[in-house]
Write a protein that binds this ligand. Structure first.
Ligand code: NAP
Ligand code: MG
Length: 462
């Protein structure tokens, strides 16, 4: 795997200030495939200075010119789709068809949506005797996780570019090669030097330096609630804008009138995709007591069928963590009906698709984000009970409702404390705002709501 041994700063690959490196491991076979520089405060400072210097000119470009650069970026992502998918598969472990369709495919959609939005967005409006301008927030510090490595980068960088902001990105240490590939794509797309900068490195070193840097106007973070809380506190102390996309523990609510087999089948697939490493995954399946045993049988069958098609978890730490949660579920009295804590292969960080029955809402596996291929079936007595269970965690990122009648599902979804709900399966919409209620985060990504995060208003009165 080809890796750069420098940082992408001010339009070129430059040597890192220090000599430390991060080894990139393929989680499917545990082999080291590359090394990238582990940046520190000096590298972050150089990148922020470059972004600051590039800001006035980029902020002043016509939206149509920014739209053209984003469209060119989308075209490069299309042209290099196979390379992107191969890189994500190598460093994250996702099966190649999933990397092709989702890890490479979704960022193309999102970049395309921002090419259009940059051209069509009303950056100026009349309100009574005022003209209100939407101006870029400034220099963005973007910190991203490994689970959808390119999507999470594009969901920040594309709207930031559309808004006229400049960016310093610190990607996850587990997936830096995808980030380097993205920097190459930005370069090829003709984005001016300094507008986008990449510093690879460790979270508590490079990530923290970026979040704390006084030259950063907005910190946009996706990752764990623990780190997000710290970043929010740091940004608050500096009176800096902050956007946080954090964890989830979403409910898949199957109402009695639903097509049970379809709801269970899609629900299990939703969790197993990306080996359960999806913040919005519907990891709690809520089933009416009259249909519970049938749902358990269907879920066990769906998980067993998934079998070998599942990829590994990203690293040894997540592998141990997820298996620990499965052991805890057993210890607290949940009943395993598929999978389990045993590693199914000698090599690689694999966990079998796992289904728990007899899960009660207060169990650890029903409350905490496992981030692995584990789905918990919880029984409810009536709709109010289902709602209480669905809303009964600290999270509120996503969810699903299934019913025979769309209006019935919508009525239930409107009572859920969560940012996104898929009705009878739904379909991905790159323009729909994505983000959390409660401890799932602050702010929204995607579409015009995502663009608004990177803008601030100025009113002129006449
Ligand atoms: P994480 O530590 O929160 O990582 C997210 C990003 O923040 C990474 O780039 C990370 O760098 C960086 N980071 C870590 N500590 C930092 C600090 N003190 N200051 C600034 N940046 C920092 O998440 P993780 O360790 O990869 O995963 C742990 C758990 O987080 C998962 O099990 C899952 O529950 C949750 N998670 C949620 C999402 C989501 O989309 N909501 C995504 C990933 C993980 P490093 O890569 O060097 O750590
Ligand atoms: Mg970490």
């Amino acid at each position: 795997m080809k890796a750069h041994d420098g940082m992408y700063i001010d339009g070129a690959w430059r040597p890192a200030a220090g000599r430390d490196t991060i080894a990139v491991v393929n989680p499917a076979d545990e082999q080291v495939i590359a090394a990238v520089p582990a940046g520190g405060a000096e590298d972050v400072d150089a990148a922020v200075r470059a972004a600051r210097a590039a800001l006035p000119a980029w902020a002043a470009t016509a939206p149509a010119e920014r739209a053209a650069r984003i469209a060119a970026l989308r075209d490069v992502l299309v042209a290099r789709r196979d390379e992107i998918a191969g890189t994500v598969t190598a460093e994250l472990g996702a099966p190649l068809p999933f990397s092709q369709a989702v890890h490479a495919g979704v960022p193309i959609l999102v970049a395309g949506s921002y090419a259009e939005l940059a051209a069509s967005y009303a950056f100026e409006e009349k309100v009574g005797n005022s003209t209100v301008y939407a101006e870029p927030v400034g220099v963005v510090g973007a910190i991203t996780p490994w689970n959808y490595p390119l999507h999470q980068i594009v969901a920040k960088v594309a709207p930031a570019l559309a808004a006229g902001c400049t960016i310093v990105l610190k990607p996850a240490e587990d997936t830096p090669l995808t980030a380097q590939l993205f920097a190459e794509a930005v370069h090829e797309a003709g984005v001016p030097a300094g507008v986008f900068n990449l510093v690879t490195g460790l979270g508590p070193v490079a990530g923290q330096a970026l979040a704390e840097h006084e030259g950063v106007d907005l910190v946009s973070f996706t990752g764990s609630t623990a780190v997000g809380r710290r970043i929010g506190a740091t940004a608050g102390a500096a009176v800096k804008r902050v956007a946080l996309e954090l964890g989830g523990k979403s409910a898949n609510v199957i109402l009695p009138s639903a097509d049970l087999a379809r709801a269970v089948g899609v629900g299990v697939a939703n969790v197993m995709g990306n080996s359960g490493q999806t913040c919005s995954a519907w990891t709690r399946m809520l089933v009416h007591t009259s249909q519970y045993d049938e749902a358990v049988a269907l879920a066990a069958e769906a998980a067993a069928k998934y079998g070998d098609r599942i990829g590994p978890l990203v690293n040894a730490k997540q592998h141990a963590r997820v298996r620990g949660y499965i052991e805890k579920g057993v210890a607290q009295g949940a009943r395993l009906v598929a999978g389990g804590p045993e590693a199914p292969r000698e090599q690689g960080y694999f966990v079998s698709p796992t289904v728990f029955a007899d899960v009660t809402p207060e169990m650890t596996i029903a409350q905490e984000e496992i981030f692995g291929p584990v789905v918990s079936l919880i029984r409810y007595e009536d709709e109010d009970d289902a709602l209480r269970i669905a809303n009964g965690t600290v999270y509120g990122l996503a969810g699903a409702v299934w019913a025979g009648d769309e209006a019935e599902a919508v009525a239930f979804a409107r009572r859920m404390d969560t940012g996104q709900v898929d009705i009878n399966g739904g379909r991905f919409n790159p323009l729909a705002p994505f983000g959390g209620y409660k401890q799932s985060g602050v702010g929204r990504e995607l579409g015009s709501h995502g663009l608004a995060e990177y803008l601030q208003t100025k009113s002129l009165q006449f």
